[in-house]
Design a protein around this ligand. Structure first.
Ligand SMILES: Cc1cc2nc3c(=O)[nH]c(=O)nc-3n(C[C@H](O)[C@H](O)[C@H](O)COP(=O)(O)OP(=O)(O)OC[C@H]3O[C@@H](n4cnc5c(N)ncnc54)[C@H](O)[C@@H]3O)c2cc1C
Length: 546
């Protein structure tokens, strides 16, 4: 309905970008899912995209971020509560995500990988959900990823899996074994070190078959999870533990939350500072093997960081393009102004490449158990893809905001929220430099496998401008004695080459455009500072939003 004021009519404002099918309207996503083996999931993804693109889901996202979680440390009589209260919209988002299996769909009921294209289908859902609300995805990600670490302790996996494997979300504060569904969080970072977890001071002391943990975590998301995977120093060294919110006798476990973090973004989600005061825990994996055990989980959380940022960028592009198609300036729609077309098409190219890259990585996660090449791809490219996709997203979202002019900058729209959300994905689960060092580590530990991945990337991007030179540069740079100092140079090139190769599986012309503007020569510092042919601009923009 048109708003009527005493002084003016409202016109030339774009309609809300809501009640849109976030899958079907994204032709590139549809084709990318197909290219990486997920065609059978198309109907399910279309229903998911319709539901998550609804105005009702957008309202939940807004409400969950405007009404941030509150820590209730004590009750009115001074007894400890250590509970976090969320707005009902947050719980509804969690319930919808769990119903779609985003926390478990790549695992069987026994906690084994289901194979097929499970990661590609889940990845597409995650990419879509991140366009609506990202904060709640933190516990969804950690629950999904924790299964990989729990697998190191089969009896704990066996007892928790029946609860993890349901598609129910149960927000009650009760022992996990009594619940319809459960979520898991993760506690590694302490005040004196996040990257360097070997510096953890939290101690684990044997208590019969279990342990008592004393110490702190400086960041621990998300405090209302039913259990946490926690690192602590045992007699044999740093070990990984399963720490439930309730001890086996049904009493509340000794996790004392100190504060919730006051964060730039990710505001619907609670991230806590916590002290453990002899908290009950069970060991996961070998004594002293804590890092190895929790790393099983971290590769999966890194995948989700990249999926989230690719989704955020997709949302930025879609909102910008939608607005430009409705907004007229100087008697012409913005979408028809040559300079705006240059900006939007360059953004579309970046988003296409990012989407192809994260879906290619999902494909590697799907196949890595049966194919050593895919396992090597996953190992080498997960940190490189997280690095490049996540670190490129704030700049793209900033440009998307600007396409909406002043409307882009205000909190009523979603782009300001996306912009504030984007940087966290580069910071947590291993920050930028740490990802580059991890690529170097993969190369030094398994050089033959890594070089074979590089050769295959060169083949997959074969003939594209700059691909052969990029492959040679990467190989040479990684072999330098001072490779650490120049690691960002080589890791960015590696991600660009992998993006061109992944995009080549979906659209060879767009892959060529990507290579021309990013591989053959460095991209200008601003999006839109490129010289694309009108036919290519048209093809990119038409494909970007049906
Ligand atoms: C919202 C939010 C939620 C979080 N939730 C959790 C959680 O649930 N569980 C949890 O365990 N942690 C969590 N974290 C913590 C997060 O994982 C850490 O902040 C992150 O790993 C970085 O650790 P740090 O803060 O100690 O920084 P540091 O480790 O001190 O790193 C600082 C900088 O130094 C760089 N650096 C580190 N080592 C090197 C090196 N060798 N060479 C060059 N550069 C280097 C890093 O890339 C980084 O840029 C969360 C963080 C945030 C912001």
């Amino acid at each position: 309905m048109k708003a009527s004021f005493a002084t003016h009519d409202v016109f030339n404002q774009s309609p809300p970008f809501e009640d849109v099918n976030l899958f079907a309207s994204d032709r590139h996503l549809v084709e990318t899912v197909k290219a990486f083996g997920g065609a059978a999931a198309e109907a399910e993804l279309s229903e998911f995209g319709r539901h998550w693109g609804s105005a009702a889901m957008a309202a939940r996202g807004r409400l969950a971020n405007e009404n941030t979680p509150k820590l209730r440390t004590f009750d009115s009589r001074g007894n400890r509560r250590d509970e976090v209260e969320f707005h009902p919209a947050y719980h509804e988002l969690m319930a919808h995500a769990a119903h779609a299996g985003m926390h478990n769909s790549t695992w069987s009921e026994a906690g084994k990988p289901v194979g097929g294209a499970a990661h590609v289908a889940r990845g597409a859902k995650y990419y879509i959900a991140a366009q609506v609300e990202s904060g709640h995805l933190c516990p969804i990600t950690m629950t999904h990823a924790s299964v990989a670490a729990l697998a190191s302790q089969p009896e704990i996996l066996a007892k928790t899996m029946p609860v993890i494997a349901t598609r129910s979300y149960d927000p009650s504060f009760a022992p996990w074994w009594t619940k319809r569904g459960m979520t898991l969080g993760m506690g590694m970072t302490e005040k004196q070190g996040g990257t360097d977890v070997r510096a953890n001071m939290t101690r684990a002391a044997r208590d019969g078959d279990a342990y008592r943990i004393t110490g702190h975590k400086w960041f621990m998301s998300a405090p209302m999870c039913d259990a946490f995977l926690v690192l602590a120093q045992a007699d044999q060294g740093l070990s990984c533990f399963f720490m439930p919110r309730f001890a086996p006798d049904g009493s509340v476990n000794a996790l004392h939350f100190q504060r919730l973090k006051d964060k730039l973004g990710n505001r619907s989600n609670a991230s806590s500072e916590v002290e453990f005061v002899g908290a009950y825990a069970e060991r996961i994996g070998g004594a002293g093997a804590g890092i190895r055990t929790i790393l099983q989980m971290v590769q999966l959380t890194r995948l989700d960081c990249a999926l989230a940022c690719a989704g955020l960028m997709r949302s930025g592009l879609a909102h910008a393009l939608h607005h430009a198609r409705h907004r007229s300036v100087f008697q012409k729609h913005l979408a028809d102004q040559p300079l705006m077309q240059a900006v939007l098409s360059d953004m579309a190219l970046h988003v296409e490449a990012s989407a192809a890259l994260v879906m290619r990585l999902c494909h590697a996660f799907d196949r890595m158990h049966d194919d050593a090449n895919e396992a090597a791809y996953m190992r080498l490219l997960t940190p490189a893809i997280k690095y490049w996709v996540c670190k490129s997203s704030p700049a793209l979202l900033y440009e998307a905001m600007e396409c909406l002019g002043g409307n882009g900058y205000v909190e009523e729209g979603i782009l300001a929220r996306h912009y504030r959300e984007a940087p966290v994905n580069a910071i947590w689960e291993g920050s930028g430099n740490v990802m580059c060092l991890d690529v170097l580590r993969a190369l030094s530990r398994e050089p033959d496998a890594a070089l074979s991945v590089l050769r295959r990337l060169g083949e997959d991007a074969d003939g594209q401008p700059g691909a052969a030179e990029a492959a040679a540069f990467i190989g040479k740079t990684f072999q330098r004695a001072d490779s650490e100092r120049v690691a960002r140079l080589a890791v960015e090139k590696l991600a660009l080459l992998a993006a061109a190769a992944a995009l080549n599986k979906v659209s060879s012309r767009h892959a060529e455009l990507f290579a021309l503007t990013r591989l053959a020569a460095p991209h200008a510092s601003m999006l839109g500072a490129v010289d694309l042919e009108p036919a290519d601009i048209h093809s990119l923009l038409e494909r970007a939003l049906n």
